[in-house]
Design a binder for this molecule. Structure first.
Ligand code: NAD
Length: 259
């Protein structure tokens, strides 16, 4: 299937590794010009070069912290009018809500709710004027089924989800869609960190925790960033213009509900 987005431009946040990188690779493979954002310049430049070599796409790398106003300004200066925006940043740390201060909550809200909203605000009107736009927010399966130790994530991402639900119905008349992709358990550095925390809390080895988790997933495996990226690229395609405000779980069947 031709996704119809060759030559479009994309700003992909949190893109040096993991799920963001999976999205950038899949978009570049469709001929999209991608601007990658992450904090660590050398890791990011390596990723950019690997994607250039694999796809032949135009790839630029912007090293900055996307959760800070100056970071967003730098990213938007490099890619001021993207046709596609993939919102992503690191997830908040696990813990017990009794230990979290107001500053911890503000940091989680900044990273996982207010940063995506700021980037949408900066780019959506240009998309509306050009009558094409695709915004994909990487959130979490925790939006549908909360994870107790990830209360900061459950709360901040639900706030973004509520905001998007309203806006996505306003923009779609202009062929600008906004959807959320909800990862279950994907084999990335982030998963290693969260399962590492569960291992130390329970006194088990990380291998034992990984194996127990794997067995609980109906697909009997963790997801990989390439299949996550493929779903993102489809949402960004010309074929997905009638799909907006949706929360799409990619979790190997882990969420047990009918709907
Ligand atoms: P990851 O740690 O493998 O990669 C995160 C990427 O974002 C990296 O490129 C990192 O450099 C970049 N990044 C982090 N903070 C940033 C910042 N402030 N500014 C710019 N770039 C930044 O993580 P991942 O597994 O790909 O997860 C991506 C998102 O999905 C996270 O928010 C995570 O919490 C969420 N998530 C992941 C899973 C999973 O199983 N992997 C499950 C649920 C939710």
């Amino acid at each position: 299937m031709d996704f119809g987005i060759k030559g479009k431009t994309a700003l992909v946040c949190g893109a040096s590794k993991g799920l963001g990188r999976g999205c950038a690779e899949a978009l570049a493979a469709e001929g999209v010009q991608v601007t990658l954002v992450a904090r660590t310049a050398d890791v990011l430049e390596n990723t950019a070069e690997e994607i250039r070599r694999a796809t032949g796409a135009i790839v630029q790398a912007v090293a900055c912290d996307i959760t800070k106003p100056e970071g967003r300004a730098k990213a938007l200066a490099a890619c001021p009018q993207p046709d596609i925006l993939v919102n992503n940043a690191g997830g908040p740390p696990p813990g017990d809500f009794r230990d979290w201060t107001r500053d911890d909550w503000i940091a989680a809200l900044d990273a996982n709710m207010l940063t995506p909203i700021e980037l949408i605000k900066a780019t959506v009107d240009g998309m509306i004027d050009r009558r094409f736009g695709r915004i994909v927010n990487i959130t979490s399966g925790a939006v549908k089924a909360p994870i107790d130790i990830l209360g900061l994530s459950n709360g901040a991402r639900s706030g973004l989800t509520g905001f998007v639900a309203g806006l996505a119905r306003k923009t779609v008349a202009h062929n600008v869609t906004i959807n959320n992709l909800l990862p279950g358990q994907f084999d990335t550095d982030r998963l290693k960190k969260t399962l590492g925390a569960s291992a130390s809390a329970s006194g088990k080895t990380i291998e034992q925790v990984f194996e127990a988790r794997r067995q609980q997933i109906p697909a009997q495996r963790f997801g990989n960033p390439a299949e996550f990226g493929a779903a993102c690229a489809f949402l960004c395609s010309v074929h997905a213009g009638y799909m907006t405000g949706q929360n799409i779980l990619l979790d190997g069947g882990n969420y047990p509900g009918t709907f």
